[in-house]
Write a protein that binds this ligand. Sequence first.
Ligand code: SF4
Length: 218
Amino acid sequence: MSKDGRIWLSHSGIEGLSRCPRCFWLAYHKGIRQPEGIVSRLANRFDTVLKNYFNSFRPDLPPMVEGKLEGKLQDPFVETYFVTIDNKYGFYGKLDECLVSKSQELIPIDFKTSSSDPRGKETLDAYQAQIDDYNFILKQNNKKIAGWGYLIYVFPDHSKYLHKGFPMIVHIVKLIGKPQNTAKRIAQAITVLEGKMPLSNKDCNFCSWFDKIQSELE
Ligand code: SF4
């Protein structure tokens, strides 16, 4: 993303750095990305349905999470926040939802659609980073934060009554947000972007395929 002449980093953009610094560098400097292939958009659909559902109850909590969360939904909801890092870089993020505690502190929420039972499972590093990032952007925008966030997982359950609707397991995970880790990830991303194009990831099939094709053509 580019606005004001700055390069605008994001959570998903920086996640690409952990997969391959070269692909990350190429995406931001040249707009070149790996071909996406065939991907399911089902999780996007779940996100949209959940967002609309929560929105229809604002500022109250919807029955799906009643008794499981405290506070009210932010009203009006502010989805996108921008943080200027310096003259060349910025960082932005979009929240799925936001709670407001009794003491007016903001608590970001992210919806997760799970294909396996999320209960009792370790939280992925990328999800922890997301909560860090949300707390970072809120804090940098001078918002009062509680210092944590929630992941709300939905997981379709078995039932012999599917004709009456799909039963969903709703699993909520509270994560402490560490905005200082986001600041470190941003600094690391900028260091990579300010350097020369990094080497490719030897385990990735795409670049090795391209190298083989190139050597055949030489
Ligand atoms: S190694 Fe794979 S991930 Fe890295 S630049 Fe090449 S295609 Fe992208």
